[in-house]
Design a protein around this ligand. Structure first.
Ligand SMILES: Cc1cc2nc3c(=O)[nH]c(=O)nc-3n(C[C@H](O)[C@H](O)[C@H](O)COP(=O)(O)OP(=O)(O)OC[C@H]3O[C@@H](n4cnc5c(N)ncnc54)[C@H](O)[C@@H]3O)c2cc1C
Ligand code: SF4
Length: 517
């Protein structure tokens, strides 16, 4: 193979997969390097036991915490990256999230671009990822130049009742934006069959609009796009003057191969992108590539998330539960002036998912009891913003392994959000005192292993002294190096991160098309 390409994209998740699709029709010679393989299509995709108990799709990797204790992070090394398992809730950040916001524990910094600059790309991202939703119901919703491309996913009866109860109580529930290929008007021809194994599972029928389905597969229809799977990038080598990337060192089928590209885009996920830059240190970049600011790996964020289960007085036989969200407390509430965050539904719990979850002491309970709890469970996901802290960071140990140093912050608003939801349960047809924490997705005692929403390790900004990337997500210090995954976030907001990574990849893609024209 001729190993020289116009563009090489490393990683095929929300950032890389989207960018590949956007650039595919340019006729440029594009190479995608992905360390994982295709996620197998198999019956286990929808098995609670295999996915939730046996962690079948969590890729083997070992990271270390601040004390050197090893843990297995919740990472998914596949074509499509973490989106293969995601809940497909594709939210825009709020307009205010792009400005500076005062939080309980400090400042959430302003972004170097405005919401208005990102808006057209959010609209394109919603189109590309087939997002269902409804504008005009969420009081915190940012302005949008177009309606959602698809109607909101309907609530099933228990969630419809919850929606009505919330409205009666004076709140403003809205339809959660959802990226599934569902056609409720024509069920026999709908790709999505509306099942109960979506959030946290791969989609067996390829109806989840993830980065493989919406990005990589259509990109590969173009002859100028090549994908190499099981291609683990180890190091980026610069030219002698250190101003550009000259060679990419890849472990491919157990052998080392070198590739060259005019433009190199790193999109390995926030932790692994930082790892790659740090591991590529050389004489000209002694602290790691693009790291003259000493910001690579710092400001790691991953949301203050809480999965909780409320026990409904009536059964909750909902299958696809992720249809409702509430932002009434996003910016605070009466008596608490700081942002608290977003409440949304979690994928519907099933008895087998509770196995091994400490708060419910499930190990001692027979399956029938767990199934009974699940039948009455209404499952919520609460997200509060964690603030960028330079000491919360990815570093490498002497063997080149990822060390994640993370001290939680902004915990008071997280607790406020929890207690606020708890105080509302009586009005919502649920046992007023029972809001039970859950370990959704990952059975582990180490909360930092839940890296699903990792971001911030290569923040973009105008000042090379305080940021890694410029506003086009090009490294300040290298002419041909870009980063387009969630690493670029200067703050994380309190809604799920993927749509912002996708929209930004489209924005950076436009810049690259212009640069190469
Ligand atoms: C269970 C779960 C549920 C989620 N639900 C939602 C949701 O509902 N809504 C939402 O917005 N977000 C959700 N997320 C988060 C979302 O999936 C991530 O924010 C998003 O995928 C991040 O995109 P990325 O491009 O930064 O990284 P990723 O999507 O992780 O992609 C990184 C890619 O790089 C590859 N890679 C890594 N290192 C290398 C290397 N050295 N060489 C080559 N390839 C490499 C990886 O294999 C991977 O394919 C969820 C995540 C999980 C795990
Ligand atoms: S709900 Fe639809 S998109 Fe999600 S896993 Fe089931 S069939 Fe796939």
């Amino acid at each position: 193979m001729d190993n020289h390409f116009d563009i090489i994209i490393i990683g095929t998740g929300a950032g890389g997969g989207t960018l590949a699709h956007h650039l595919a029709s340019s006729n440029k010679k594009i190479l995608l390097l992905e360390r994982g393989g295709w996620l197998p299509r198999e019956a286990e995709n929808w098995s609670v036991k295999d996915v939730f108990e046996k962690n079948r799709y969590i890729s083997p990797d070992t990271w270390y915490d601040h004390s050197g204790k090893p843990f297995q992070p919740q990472v998914h090394y596949f074509v499509g990256g973490a989106t293969k398992l995601y809940g497909a809730s594709l939210f825009r950040l709020r307009k205010e999230d792009f400005g500076q916001l005062q939080h309980h524990d400090g400042i959430s910094p302003a972004w170097p671009i405005s919401y208005e600059e990102m808006e057209p790309y959010y609209t394109k991202a919603e189109e590309m990822y087939h997002v269902h939703g409804e504008r005009g119901r969420d009081p915190t919703e940012p302005p949008a130049s177009a309606p959602y491309p698809h109607p909101p996913v309907s609530h099933e009866p228990r969630i419809q009742k919850l929606c009505e109860d919330l409205q009666k109580a004076g709140y403003h529930p809205f339809s959660a934006p959802s990226a599934i290929l569902l056609n409720e008007k024509d069920p026999p021809n709908s790709k999505c069959v509306r099942c109960s194994t979506c959030d946290g599972f791969p989609c067996l029928v390829q109806a989840k609009s993830d980065a493989e389905i919406a990005g990589v597969r259509p990109a590969l229809e173009q002859k100028n796009v090549t994908l190499l799977t099981k291609a683990h990038v180890q190091k980026l080598h610069t030219t002698e003057d250190g101003k550009a990337i000259q060679q990419i060192e890849v472990e491919l089928d157990g052998k080392t191969e070198m590739f060259q590209g005019d433009i190199i885009v790193v999109s390995c996920g926030a932790a692994n992108s930082a790892k790659l830059l740090l591991a590529s240190a050389n004489d000209k970049h002694p602290n790691g590539l693009a790291n003259g600011s000493d910001q690579v790996g710092r400001n790691y964020m991953f949301h203050n998330s809480q999965a909780v289960l409320a026990l409904s007085l009536e059964p909750n036989p909902t299958k696809f539960q992720k249809t409702l969200s509430i932002n009434d407390f996003y910016f605070g509430m009466e008596g608490f002036e700081y942002p608290m965050g977003n409440i949304q539904m979690l994928g519907k719990s099933q008895g087998g998912m509770f196995k091994g979850e400490k708060p419910i002491e499930t190990a001692l309970l027979p399956m029938k009891v767990l199934d009974d709890i699940a039948l009455h469970a209404v499952d919520f996901w609460l997200s509060t913003e964690d603030l960028p802290d330079p000491e919360n960071r990815i570093m490498l140990d002497r063997n080149g392994n990822i060390c994640l140093n993370y001290t939680p912050n902004n915990q008071v608003p997280k607790q406020k959000l929890y207690h606020q939801l708890k105080s509302m349960l009586g009005l919502l047809g649920m046992h007023p005192d029972h809001l039970i924490p859950r370990n959704a997705y990952l059975k582990t005692d180490i909360p930092i292993a839940g890296v699903a929403h990792q971001s911030g390790t290569c923040r973009f900004g105008k000042d090379p002294k305080t940021s890694v990337l410029d506003i086009n997500c090009k490294a300040h210090e290298l002419d041909n190096l870009y980063v387009v995954d969630t690493s670029f976030f200067p703050s994380i907001g309190a809604v799920n991160p993927s749509l912002t990574a996708i929209a930004n990849a489209l924005r950076v893609g436009d810049h690259l098309l212009q640069r190469m024209s």
